[in-house]
Design a binder for this molecule. Sequence first.
Ligand SMILES: [Zn+2]
Length: 187
Amino acid sequence: MAKVKSILSEAAQIQLATELIELDARLQVLESETQLSRERLLKLYKEIKKKSPPKGMLPFSTDWFMTWQPNTHSSLFVNIYNVLIKSSDIEDIEAVIKAYRLYLEQISQLGLPEVLSLTRAWRLVKFFDAGMLTTAPCKTCCGNFVVHTYELVNDYVCGLCNMPSRAGKTRQTAAQKFFNEEAGLEH
Ligand SMILES: [Zn+2]
């Protein structure tokens, strides 16, 4: 029985790894979220992607999530993720995958470019878990946006309401439409 159980668990791990690889996750994500050996993960990666995984370290800084466009996309992802986590008892990594797929759907519907990678999304959740990042409500549009925990303020205004001039108005309207719909989903 123990053997059957371990085979089943291994099958589940391979399925999880496959799903992550298909979403372009970096090797570090796979190593952290499965118990499969590095060798097996490498083999699986090559089999699916027909190439070796990219080398190099994962981004460790929270600063990327604060710049204008990444912040909008990260906030969008986190809003979806939080709704999923609150409304079901799925594993964190499953919620990351599910939320990431929904994020991809949303931006494709809105005609926005894919700014947040799965690896970044995963990293973002880790930063939230570590208490380094959190969300703050914008006092103008009431959307929730990613902020540094130490930067929490009462009258926060988001990047969409306080836009840099280089960003287009169409994009603003599209993104704001999304946040309004998301907000509706939570009530
Ligand atoms: Zn706002």
